[in-house]
Design a protein around this ligand. Structure first.
Ligand SMILES: CCCCCCCCCCCCC/C=C/C(=O)SCCNC(=O)CCNC(=O)[C@H](O)C(C)(C)COP(=O)(O)OP(=O)(O)OC[C@H]1O[C@@H](n2cnc3c(N)ncnc32)[C@H](O)[C@@H]1OP(=O)(O)O
Length: 299
């Protein structure tokens, strides 16, 4: 892996105000996203999943999976990594965690205003951790639709503060039985998923992947998250995507397109604890929790 030639000035970085961004999506975007996380991947008429890609039974709108909102954080940094007090090699960046809150039913098309802020910065010695919060509103509405907190793990960028008291900032408070096999990812999964808007060549270009220290392109973290949460919606929420209130996930290890993902889940009250493993390597790659609004009485 190449050494990072990074420079951090936490005071400058945290004082920087990030601009609002605008974005929009339509039903085609919603369907392409669902296909990218494997909806109907094993069965084109899957009765639990057709509604995410097609107007099943004449339904008026395609239903939106809650992890779709993770795409709203992709354009958070309009100037890429060009931030004051921050110099970093983007090829060494890995997605560390994703936290999502969905406040209202998701429309199948919308124009959005995204308010972006830096929510955290930590010096972990060998790495720096940066957290970016994106609060999304429908244009013309004062009501918050959803919130994403994206944690990026910046390899080689730690050690910018006093090692006896490493820099740590966060602007928010810190907070059995069911197992399901998720259909395996496809060798082309990252190539399809990138069409939802994350064109980082780490996921498609073998040379870029090698420079970043991987034998071949790796799967987008948010694609793995989408697979896992879709399984929870199927198994626990009886197929109802609007039952999901909050999603939290930490990416523990890389996934290669084509590997089989198995998600185990445990229901504790209205919280689902989950862990996703790559079957071929018996390796945990993602863990976290999902808070749900309620369970239907027939469960
Ligand atoms: C300014 C730049 C921002 C740009 C942002 C743009 C907007 C948003 C876009 C976001 C998308 C970014 C691009 C997407 C890329 C991807 O999708 S990459 C694929 C998905 N991610 C992965 O595959 C990563 C898988 N995980 C790993 O490989 C490893 O877990 C790791 C991240 C390399 C860390 O492992 P390791 O170095 O062994 O760490 P540890 O020694 O275990 O721990 C050190 C400390 O770091 C904390 N930590 C560990 N893992 C994470 C994590 N995933 N997230 C957050 N924090 C982590 C850990 O707790 C340790 O801390 P302390 O306990 O305090 O010491």
């Amino acid at each position: 892996m190449a050494r990072s030639d990074s420079e951090f000035n936490p005071d400058l970085l945290l004082a920087h105000k990030l601009p609002e961004t605008r974005s929009s999506y339509n039903e085609r975007d919603v369907a392409i996203y669902a296909l990218g996380i494997g909806a109907c991947g094993q069965d084109a008429v899957d009765s639990d999943e057709l509604k995410f890609v097609y107007h099943e039974n004449g339904q008026e709108h395609i239903q939106v999976l809650p992890t779709f909102v993770s795409l709203f954080s992709l354009g958070s940094l309009t100037d890429g990594l060009d931030l004051p007090g921050f110099k970093y090699d983007p090829s060494l960046l890995l997605h560390g965690q994703q936290y999502i809150e969905v406040y209202r039913p998701l429309p199948s098309k919308a124009s959005l205003i995204n308010k972006v802020s830096l929510a955290g910065l930590q010096d972990k010695g060998k790495a720096a951790i940066l957290e970016i919060e994106t609060r999304s509103y429908e244009q013309g509405s004062d009501e918050l639709l959803c919130m994403n907190r994206t944690t990026v793990f910046l390899r080689g960028a730690g050690g910018f503060s006093n090692s006896s008291k490493p820099f740590s900032y966060k602007n928010y408070p810190s907070n059995q039985g069911l197992a399901v096999k998720i259909p395996q990812t496809q060798p082309s999964s990252a190539l399809l998923y990138r069409l939802s808007g994350d064109y980082n060549p780490l996921h498609s270009d073998p040379n870029v992947a090698k420079l970043a220290g991987f034998p071949r392109p790796i799967l987008h973290g948010l694609c793995t998250l989408g697979f896992a949460i879709k399984a929870i919606i199927k198994c626990i929420c009886k197929g109802d995507p609007s039952a999901v209130k909050t999603i939290s996930g930490r990416f523990l290890a890389t996934v290669f397109p084509g590997e089989t993902l198995i998600t185990e889940m445990w229901l504790q009250g209205l919280r689902v604890i989950y862990q996703t493993k790559v079957k071929e390597r018996n390796k945990a790659v993602l863990s976290g929790y999902v808070d749900i609004r309620g369970l239907s009485s027939s469960l």
